[in-house]
Design a protein around this ligand. Sequence first.
Ligand code: B12
Length: 223
Amino acid sequence: MPETSFRAMQESIINGAPDTASALAQAALTEGIPPLDAINEGYVPGMHAIGEQFAQGKMFLPDMMASAEAMRAAMAVLEPELKKLGAERPSAGTVVLGTTKGDIHEIGKVLVGTLLTAHGFRVVDLGIDVSGERFASKARDLKADIVGVSALLTTTMKNQRSVVEALDRAGLRPQVKIIVGGAPVTRRWAEEIGADGYAKDAMSAVSLAQELMAQKATPVAAT
Ligand code: B12
């Protein structure tokens, strides 16, 4: 009965209840509910609901923190299952991932990293509050194919541009593709700052990364 389970998952996030969130994730695995369905249809809608209530002044920062804690508890159960899938695949490429300077949101970025790993990418997660220079130096050291930059605040989106500029300055742009995402980010913004791609969610981020890797393998001849 996934519908009821998904609703309960959503409520565990809204109520900021890590133990319930974790128990429901465990039950989902036992019942054979695909972990990605549990995330996308159960837990993530809960995060969106809490965000809306925060915007309307009906919930406050501690509530949002409790919800994040519950999300982390669910992810701790589901992540290893998702990552297992990737271990059996040949390496699809190296992705350096992080949340931009001034921004501490990480749940969406971690989810993107997990799904990329599940699809055979080697993912190096630099964490939160990452400067353009650090993205560039890690991309160089690790010979990254793709750099992925997350931003959840309208005020930190501009720092995605700083990452593009830092990679430019380091002379890495010909070989490193840059992808951007996060709730306020749009395709138009990605184009404006000179990124190579935008994805609205973790699954689309995987398709985008795969497309960019295919482009790298067969570069289009300049006309
Ligand atoms: C949880 C949360 C927090 C938690 C974060 C905990 C953590 N460890 O991550 C805490 C409580 C710490 C927090 C703090 C703050 N938050 Co907050 N937060 C949220 C909330 C409710 C959910 C975010 C989330 O996890 N969503 C779930 C994930 C799965 O979705 P996602 O992040 O969007 O990621 C998906 C896609 O965007 C995409 N994606 C994400 N990253 C990337 C990267 C790449 C490369 C690609 C391709 C794709 C991609 O794929 C992901 C998976 O599908 C949002 C509301 C919302 N609707 O976004 C507010 C929200 C983002 N926060 C907000 C605010 C205002 C704040 C604070 C400033 C509050 C304050 N007064 O202190 C601080 C900021 C601190 C800082 N400097 O960063 C506002 C931002 C408003 C704005 N327009 O800028 C929001 C929108 C709430 C609101 N409606 O007002 N927050």
